[in-house]
Design a protein around this ligand. Sequence first.
Ligand code: GLU
Length: 382
Amino acid sequence: MTDLAGARRIVVKVGSALLVGPSSSEKGDGADRHWLAAFAADLARLRARGQQVLVVSSGAVALGRRRLALPKRALTLPEKQAAAAAGQSALMRAWEEALEPHAIAVAQVLLTRDDTEVRRRWLNARATVETLLALGVVPVVNENDTVVTEEIRYGDNDRLAARVAQMIGADLLVLLSDVDGLYTADPRRDPSAEHLPRVARLTPQIEAMAGGANSAAGVGTGGMATKLAAARIASAAGCATVITLGHRPSPLQAVEDGERSTIIEPSTTPAAAYKAWIAGSLAPAGALVVDQGAAEAVRRGKSLLAAGVRRTEGRFDKGDAVVILDEAGHEIARGLVRYEADDATRICGLKSAAIEAVLGYTSGPLVHADDLALAAHTRAQA
Ligand code: GLU
């Protein structure tokens, strides 16, 4: 069971109320530098243990609102977007300053819903974030509020954080909140409300608790219902979710010290969830017919190199799902292809080192091992 100390890759969602709190330390641009400094030390501790950390941070609209001296009334969407544009740089400056004393570099990653739902963009976003994590950077993710419209927004950063956790195969998602976890009823109204430290499965009963009196618990965009929606996405992606109080100096340390929180367990592993998604949910756009050597390599879990591909079928785009067929036409696997159909056809049979000269670029193997799911009968044989 993944917990904070055991997780390999952790996504932490920080809400606006934490960053832009009405705190005594709040001077200048409005970011709560006291809280940030303590939280940065919390993150540095995880990094020092070799854990990879990604932060999903709200606060752009709140900081921008201040910077642009916008009125207190509800903002129009264009005003919110303007505020986000002005506030995002202040937000990044606050994160940079907080992590700098720990010699941790941060990188700004702004995403829209399409970036986690359109496969090609998803692959690009994933590759960038993977590279940042491998370089030891802490990516700071927010929604790209300036360009999104109402219809294409995630809308709340709980869900964005869950999608990011899914995208990078994280094993733990931490939602820092203004409640210390999930209760059987709203604890502020019902003294008999019981805290749930661990939820093994998100059953309809559990969902009903959060959907009822509890749903609006918490300020900000996401109440308990959006937290559970995020936990549901994460759980299906093989990622555990921790819901805990953010308003403490070191909220992650507090969880490790046994302070109240709720952990919602995943229903699978990240790798199995990802492979099931490739095998089951995507309509293949084409096929790659491979020679015997490549078929064997794929069965053994290796990447599919252009050298072993005889021909392509269909009109697929980079990032589309394709079927991998042996020369007798039997399906051996499905995977996400890294080249569009014309380019894939041009490099069939070529050694990896020759690809760049032909196409002017290389994206590595035609299908990377990580993006390959063996067909059920192939798995049985292997
Ligand atoms: N993207 C918004 C911001 O930075 C926050 C959305 C949310 O908190 O759910 O202000």
